[in-house]
Design a protein around this ligand. Sequence first.
Ligand code: APR
Length: 243
Amino acid sequence: MNIPGDLAETLRNAQRVAVLTGSGISAESGIPTFREAQTGLWERYDPQQLATLEAFHQAPELVWNWYEWRRELVERTEPNAGHLALVELEDLVPDFALITQNVDGLHGRAGNIGVIELHGNITRTKCSMEGEIVEEYEEDASPPVCPNCGAPLRPDVVWFGEMLPPAAMETASNAARTCDLFLSVGTSSLVYPAAGLPREALASGATLVEINPDETPLTAYAHYSLRGKAGDCLPSLVSALSA
Ligand code: APR
């Protein structure tokens, strides 16, 4: 992917870079994006119907097993060139914030530190009553129960209709407001409040770059729109920065 010279210059001069990623950055690792059809057993279920507290109350075993299926899928995948480019970028810029809507944990596995996980992380499990993370539990039921209070355990992810973790949202919003370059990568820019972060960056005078093979509602507002895959565009950006 050819990076425009003025974008490379802006990136080289950037002191504070903020990045927002969506499921598109994990597509090249083999994880279906959120709005792609689910494959196999789960193709008849709409993620937006399963990823809800109501679904968990109505069909806890189905929801738990769906997340087990997604967890196994994630564990079989590896970070791709897009994830790895963001690890390099973190080392190359003075101040870096990585905000993700993804729950697959691949940014952390790639090596980024302090990843701001707006929608949680599928590899963590918590008590559905106490909200505490539970690392050890008997796997003799679906869902298993909290060893402390006996309530069903659930994935540590934000379901549709649930509040985002306030601390993560505040940190993300602060990063968007104070950065001088904002990268929106692999997100359809449809789901708020995450989709509002690039707008906050724009309002604060940051340069906005979108990386996506397709147009999104954000495209018209971006200073630069790199119409390509994260696995191609991000390594090209890092190379241009280091040139
Ligand atoms: N590189 C970059 N972008 C890609 C790639 C790729 N290889 N492949 C697909 N995309 C883009 C698609 O064009 C699409 O715009 O990634 C985007 C994925 O969009 P969604 O499936 O809507 O996923 P996302 O934007 O992360 O959804 C946001 O909505 O469903 C909820 O909580 C869920 O976190 C999710 C949130």
